[in-house]
Each structure stands twice: as structure tokens, then as C-alpha cells.
Write a protein that binds this ligand. Structure first.
Ligand SMILES: NC(=O)c1ccc[n+]([C@@H]2O[C@H](COP(=O)([O-])OP(=O)(O)OC[C@H]3O[C@@H](n4cnc5c(N)ncnc54)[C@H](OP(=O)(O)O)[C@@H]3O)[C@@H](O)[C@H]2O)c1
Length: 244
């Protein structure tokens, strides 16, 4: 029940979870395109290893013209179809709201809300014409549970959860499946702001006793976009049970 032979776009694949998703999806025999604002050495390495099955461009997720152009470019390069997208690009927050300046609030809203919406809109137009597709939005347990210092970020993930439910009712009839995967905290540049004692507290409160890792999350994302599950409009937690 995993992806193979699909054409897939993953946003924010230059590092962190996105890089792991891109690498594993390529390994499984898919063609994968990704974008981020900055090209990393890992993108050069994947280019070398996978050639025409891989595509990277420097694109800001909030630039609608660039994102639309990227989707068109990828479809041309990969032979027309766009089977799945994974909305992974996002930025975090590490500040109480009263200390968060307006620029930061607007940046989080733009990148975490407007960005994925632009990519989804571009993708569903193509998916409707081709008779279906799969969309996976990377949300967070913060979209459903409170965590101090993450109020705007949490709101942006709650938006993804809510728009996923609503959009499932708009696009389901066209054969498009849209779901969220909501990880708990995992190690990356984004979560590096957490202090060791905060991480220990999270681990202690997690029934499985360990934080999720990139591979745990990949397994669920891969299932969600496999097109074999009939899951629609759902938010799936990958968090060792901390939200249970
Ligand atoms: N880390 C956690 O504990 C955690 C927990 C739950 C959910 N999540 C979610 O998991 C996903 C991946 O997080 P991560 O921890 O792997 O983050 P990360 O290491 O900070 O990577 C974020 C990726 O998104 C890209 N990105 C950010 N802003 C962008 C923009 N405006 N346009 C294009 N690309 C952009 C980054 O590249 P550039 O900066 O070069 O653009 C990078 O490739 C996110 O949706 C996050 O909210 C993370």
C-alpha cells in the first residue's frame, strides 16, 4: 500500500521532514519535484542521483505566479499528470503572542496558510481535469492541542485541518482525496528552539515514550497519498499518543 510510479510535488523539501519525504518517495520509484526558497547541497545530490525523476526550483510558497509556474513546469517535465502533492513547507514560532511583532504574525499567516492554499488551488485544477489525485497537508498536533508560544502557528495548522475537511466536500466527487497528517514534535531545525527539558517533558507525557521521527511520519504520508485508503477529510495524528 505505498506509492510507486506517481508524479508528486512536495513543498519545502530542501531539509528537515520535507527532505526525508522527497528522498523516500524517490527511492520508492516515484518522480518527485520540490521547492524551497534556498537550494541546499542535498538538492544537488538528489539531482545527480535521480536525474529527470527529480526536480528542484527556488520558489517562495507565497508567490502565486511562481508556484503556478512551478506546477506547470513539473507537469511538463513529468509527462502531464500530477498524482499527489504534499504541503510540507512552513515556518514555526517561539514567542508568546504579546511579544510577537506584526511582521512575524503576517509571515506565519502567509507561509503557513496562504502558501499551501495557493499550491492546493493549482493542483486541484489539474487533478480535476485528469480525474483525481491525492493531497496531504502536513499539519501539527498544535492545530488541535494548546502549546504556549505557538499561538499563531497553531492557528495556521488549525486552518489546514479545517480547510481540509471543507475541501474534501468540494473536490471529493472529482476523485481527489485530501487529508492532513499531524505529527507531534520531531527533531528538525524548526523544533530546535525547544530546550532539552521541554523535550524531556514531552517524551515523559508521550504514551509510546518516544517522539516520532521522519520515517514514522513518512510511512503515514506515503499511505495517505497512495490512493488506496478511501480516507477523506481526516486529520491523522503521528505523535506516540500524546494527544490520546
Ligand atoms: N518539527 C516539528 O517538531 C514539527 C511538528 C509538527 C509539525 N511540523 C510540520 O512539519 C513540516 C516540516 O517541518 P520541519 O520541522 O521539517 O521544518 P524545517 O526543517 O524548518 O523545514 C521547512 C522547509 O520548508 C521550507 N520553507 C519554509 N518557508 C518557505 C517558503 N516561504 N517557501 C518555500 N519553502 C519554504 C524550508 O526551506 P527555505 O527556508 O529555504 O524556504 C524548508 O525546506 C511543517 O509543516 C511543520 O509545521 C513540524
Amino acid at each position: 500500500m505505498h506509492t510507486n510510479g506517481q508524479n508528486i510535488i512536495v513543498s519545502g523539501g530542501s531539509r528537515g521532514l520535507g527532505l526525508h519525504l522527497v528522498s523516500q518517495l524517490l527511492k520508492n520509484g516515484n518522480k518527485v519535484a520540490t521547492f524551497a526558497r534556498t537550494r541546499t547541497p542535498e538538492m544537488d545530490a538528489l539531482d545527480k542521483e535521480y536525474g529527470d525523476s527529480f526536480h528542484f526550483a527556488s520558489v517562495d510558497a507565497v508567490d502565486a505566479d511562481k508556484v503556478n509556474g512551478f506546477v506547470a513546469e513539473v507537469c511538463d517535465k513529468f509527462g502531464g499528470r500530477l498524482d499527489s502533492i504534499v504541503n510540507n513547507a512552513a515556518i514555526g514560532q517561539d514567542q508568546l503572542l504579546m511579544h510577537t511583532d506584526l511582521d512575524t504574525i503576517q509571515q506565519i499567516v502567509n507561509i503557513n496558510i496562504v502558501g499551501p492554499t495557493i499550491l492546493i488551488r493549482a493542483a486541484i485544477k489539474r487533478m480535476m481535469l485528469q480525474g483525481g489525485g491525492n493531497i496531504c497537508n502536513i499539519s501539527s498536533i498544535c492545530g488541535s492541542r494548546g502549546y504556549a508560544g505557538l499561538s499563531v502557528y497553531a492557528g495556521s495548522k488549525g486552518y489546514l485541518d479545517a480547510m481540509t475537511r471543507a475541501l474534501a466536500r468540494e473536490v471529493g466527487e472529482a476523485g481527489i482525496f485530501i487529508n492532513c497528517v499531524a505529527p507531534g514534535f520531531f527533531e528538525s531545525e524548526m523544533s530546535s528552539v525547544l530546550r532539552p527539558e521541554q523535550l524531556n517533558t514531552i517524551k515523559r507525557r508521550t504514551p509510546s515514550g518516544s517522539l516520532s521521527n521522519d520515517e514514522n511520519i513518512f510511512k503515514v504520508v506515503d499511505m495517505v497519498i497512495s490512493g488506496t485508503t478511501n480516507m477523506q477529510g481526516q486529520v491523522v495524528f503521528v505523535d506516540g499518543g500524546i494527544t490520546s
